[in-house]
Design a protein. Structure first.
Length: 446
């Protein structure tokens, strides 16, 4: 039995933690033989330590040693990389050894990304083998986490192209592990970091990146925060790569259908974002006496807020020649539906895109306004509330063209001020404020 196994596992675990903490301050004082002996012992422990928690601690020691070697211009510890390569290539019966190899690479992300660019090709080969040829879920997840950290670290560097071809296998593994929220969140974080990458090799995978995020947005089984992170990935890709995103007509159609479906099927008010984003009204709610206000609940994402926020970003960032017609056609189509939740989604969507698509919307106002005015008289209160929201957005962002409809808008707004639903009354105040803000004062002729 190796000498280090004579100590109980908790002692070995604490020893690894202390060694990692103290090593950087003393390693340079060791002579070459002592340094070589320490590195050999660390590799021996990694290869023979039976306790998983202890091995995890020793992985940190090995990563710290590698950083010290590379940072000081030393030998870069070639034996460690030989150990990693051998462990990663171990046969199918040694999943723990392969998993250990990717733990090591994960802990060494900064060292690899900074000092070992010459080794990128063989390292990429290790990841390829794990993602494509391995069926063991633990090994694949360890490889994805390690590769994801490296991709995030290199996102703005040209060397990211060496690993960009592995994005589809990452997404495939993540799709297979869709029930693991922590793992899915890790992958979404990587996609977010890659969104702004200038690499064309990364941009070539825009479609599968958006489609994976879209599947996460749709997944009712995922926690709302994870789904909201996926929506943020889509919005960020639209912001970072607007032309590339916009040119993918089928992709735009997929995303819009999911967003409108979420608004349709969600019980929340589709005009609720208006109150959440208005500081004055939020303060009124916080100061109210009814005790029903919950700031944390208001800040928590919902399907509606997630869908509307993403739609707003698409409308603001993607060139209008790509986004306006697909979005407004879906709004108008739903406004003629006999189902009130469809009409709610249609009129809410029209209000959401009013800011980002204000220029083309002003040009088509004569086609759109009849639908909006009809929705304001809808029998369903949620549709009326969203129609008020939409009227307010159009009144704010489609000036001065909207003033031509004053004789039609104002009577409707005044009627809605007496609506039976308090939410409709409140939202109609917003319309009146936005509409009257640009009116010029009347002066009698002299």
């Amino acid at each position: 039995m190796p000498w280090f196994l004579f100590q109980p596992p908790p002692v070995r675990h604490v020893a690894g933690i202390l060694l990692r903490k103290r090593l950087p301050g003393h390693y340079s004082k060791f002579d070459v033989n002592s340094q070589s002996s320490l590195k050999s012992e660390i590799l021996l422990v990694l290869s023979q330590e039976p306790e998983r928690t202890v091995r995890n601690g020793v992985v940190g020691v090995a990563a710290s040693l590698a950083k010290l070697e590379c940072g000081s211009g030393g030998t870069s510890w070639p034996e460690l990389f030989q150990f990693i390569a051998a462990a990663a290539a171990a046969d199918g019966q040694q999943a723990e050894a392969r998993e250990l190899a990717f733990w090591l690479l994960s802990e060494m992300t900064e060292t690899i990304g900074t000092h070992l660019k010459a080794q990128f090709q063989p390292i990429a080969g290790l990841f390829t083998q794990a993602l494509v040829s391995t069926e063991d879920a633990k090994v694949q997840k360890a490889a994805v986490k390690s590769l994801g950290q490296l991709l995030s670290f290199l996102a703005d560097e040209p060397e990211v192209e060496v690993f960009a071809g592995l994005i589809p296998p990452i997404l495939q593994v993540a799709s297979q592990q869709a029930g693991d929220e922590e793992f899915v969140s890790t992958v979404l974080d990587v996609l977010y970091d890659l969104a702004y990458s200038p690499s064309q090799a990364v941009g070539a995978h825009l479609i599968p990146m958006v489609q994976f995020a879209l599947e996460c947005v749709k997944a009712q089984s995922l926690e709302m925060g994870v789904r909201d992170s996926a929506a943020l990935v889509i919005a960020t890709l639209a912001e970072a790569k607007p032309k590339s995103f916009g040119k993918e007509e089928a992709l735009i159609a997929q995303v819009l259908e999911v967003l409108f479906t979420l608004i349709e099927n969600s019980p929340e008010s589709a005009a609720g974002a208006l109150f959440e984003s208005n500081p004055a009204w939020r303060q009124d709610l916080e100061d109210g006496d009814d005790g029903d206000f919950d700031a944390d609940e208001m800040d928590s994402p919902t399907e509606t807020s997630m869908a509307q926020g993403t739609l707003d970003m698409l409308a603001c960032e993607i060139p209008k020649k790509y986004i306006f017609q697909p979005a407004v056609s879906r709004c108008v189509q739903r406004l003629s539906s006999p189902q009130p939740n469809h009409r709610k989604a249609g009129i809410a969507g029209l209000g959401v895109i009013a800011e980002g698509c204000s220029e083309p919307l002003r040009e088509h106002l004569h086609e759109v306004m009849p639908h909006v005015l009809n929705a304001a008289k809808d029998a369903d209160p949620q549709v009326r509330e969203c129609a008020c929201f939409c009227l307010g957005q159009i009144s704010e962002h489609c000036q001065p063209e909207v003033l031509a409809y004053s004789e039609q808008i104002l009577p409707i707004v005044f009627a809605l001020l007496d609506d039976q639903m308090v939410a409709v009354q409140a939202t109609s105040c917003y319309v009146l404020e936005m509409f009257c803000e640009r009116l010029r004062p009347w002066r009698p002729l002299r």
